[in-house]
Design a protein around this ligand. Structure first.
Ligand code: GTP
Ligand code: IMP
Ligand code: MG
Length: 339
């Protein structure tokens, strides 16, 4: 049984949430684990027209048979955690979720600093979720860990142990990354980045699996990349252009307007290389070609859409195995059996 890691290939908000939700329902993983920075990420999933947004729990929560885990590398904000447990009550999340006892904790003062500090808030344009300051305390080795918080006790576990045991028993494990390649502390557009590496290797480490344990790395790209906050964006288009193309959007966590750009093939090639991608998931093909909306069969895609997919495969050098053609889980073309 393979294990796979899903990561963002651009500046986050690639639609990882929607891709992961599909994989969770289709492949029925035994474990769905979240890596990444923390509550700075907002993944959204549309189910039957209703939008669910999660910042702390794995997006795969919709697969109600799976164990849901938050890896040791991830920052936990207890307030957000309990809020999501309540909001997702219908999915029996409380009975299935486990947090690694070594997760570091985001405290109120971290959020305040993230929102008031000129450098973080003013210059970098952080999400204000407290992640950067909490990671700074972690590096200073003075952050609280999940095992220090009494209310989290019922949910504590050893995520690395659970995942490695599952893999040894030939179970299927789906690992979710957050943010995107361009926001990596190491490989992104420093200093306009998040507080950690965001590549597949870091996500594997976050949940406690070695690099040899991942069978597939799926890098998610959107047809029109977006970026929230400050920093270089070489293919950025003007707001008027974004309006004309009907690709204006707002952030899940901050509500800020997202900057929009054209697909950057060079950047995508670099991203799949450093991530060691075996597959690409392309989202929002319906925004690139309106005629592609809702199509689930590759052969039925209009010519313009197909040519775009072919160009990506040719210039980026990795098969486009999954294609999202709309926001709902069912709006997807799954070509994994052809590669
Ligand atoms: P991050 O962790 O912040 O990167 O989250 P994310 O990658 O899950 O993306 P996010 O949910 O923040 O934003 C993507 C938005 O696009 C969501 O509202 C999705 O429901 C939506 N979406 C995903 N795929 C498609 C698609 O193929 N077409 C359209 N029209 N919308 C999509
Ligand atoms: P921080 O991660 O809150 O410190 O923010 C640092 C930078 O990363 C800012 O430009 C944020 O807008 C961006 N960022 C962090 N998380 C996400 C995400 O999930 N989606 C998009 N941008 C993000
Ligand atoms: Mg998002």
């Amino acid at each position: 049984m393979p294990s796979y890691i899903v990561v963002g290939g651009q500046w986050g908000d690639e639609g990882k949430g929607a891709v992961i939700a599909y994989l969770a329902l289709k492949d029925k993983p035994d474990i769905i684990a979240r890596g990444g920075v923390g509550t700075n990420a907002g993944h959204s999933v549309f189910i039957n027209g209703r939008k669910y947004a999660v910042r702390q729990l794995p997006t795969g929560f919709i697969q109600t048979k799976a164990r849901l885990l938050v890896g040791a590398g991830v920052l936990v904000d207890p307030g957000v955690f309990f809020h999501e447990l309540k909001a997702l009550e219908d999915f029996n999340v409380g009975e299935r979720v486990g947090i690694d006892y070594r997760c570091a904790i985001i405290e109120e003062r971290h959020k305040q600093l993230d929102r008031s500090n000129d450098h973080l808030h003013g210059k970098i344009g952080t999400t204000g979720s407290g992640c950067g300051p909490a990671n700074a305390d972690r590096v200073m080795r003075r952050a609280k860990l999940a095992k220090d918080i009494a209310e989290l006790e019922p949910y504590l576990t050893d995520v690395a142990e659970e995942i490695n045991n599952a893999l040894e028993d030939d179970k299927l494990v789906l690992v979710e990354g957050t943010q995107g390649f361009g926001l990596s502390l190491y490989y992104g557009t420093y200093p306009y980045v998040t507080s950690k590496d965001t590549t597949a290797s870091a996500i594997a480490s976050d949940v406690g699996i070695g690099p040899t344990r991942a069978d597939d790395v799926i890098v998610v790209f959107r047809s029109f990349p977006t970026r929230v906050g400050a920093g270089p964006f070489p293919t950025e288009m003007s707001q008027e252009e974004a309006e004309r193309l009907g690709v204006v959007e707002y952030g899940t966590v901050t509500g800020r307007r997202r900057r929009v750009g054209w697909f950057d093939f060079e950047f995508a090639r670099y991203s799949v290389r450093i991530n060691g991608a075996t597959m690409i998931a392309l989202t929002m093909l319906d925004k690139y070609d309106k005629e592609a909306f809702g199509i689930t069969d590759y052969d039925r895609l209009p010519r313009k859409a197909k040519e775009f997919v072919e160009e990506i495969e040719e210039r980026v050098g990795v098969p486009v195995a999954l294609i999202k053609t709309g926001p709902e889980i069912k709006h997807i073309i799954d070509r994994r059996d052809t590669i």
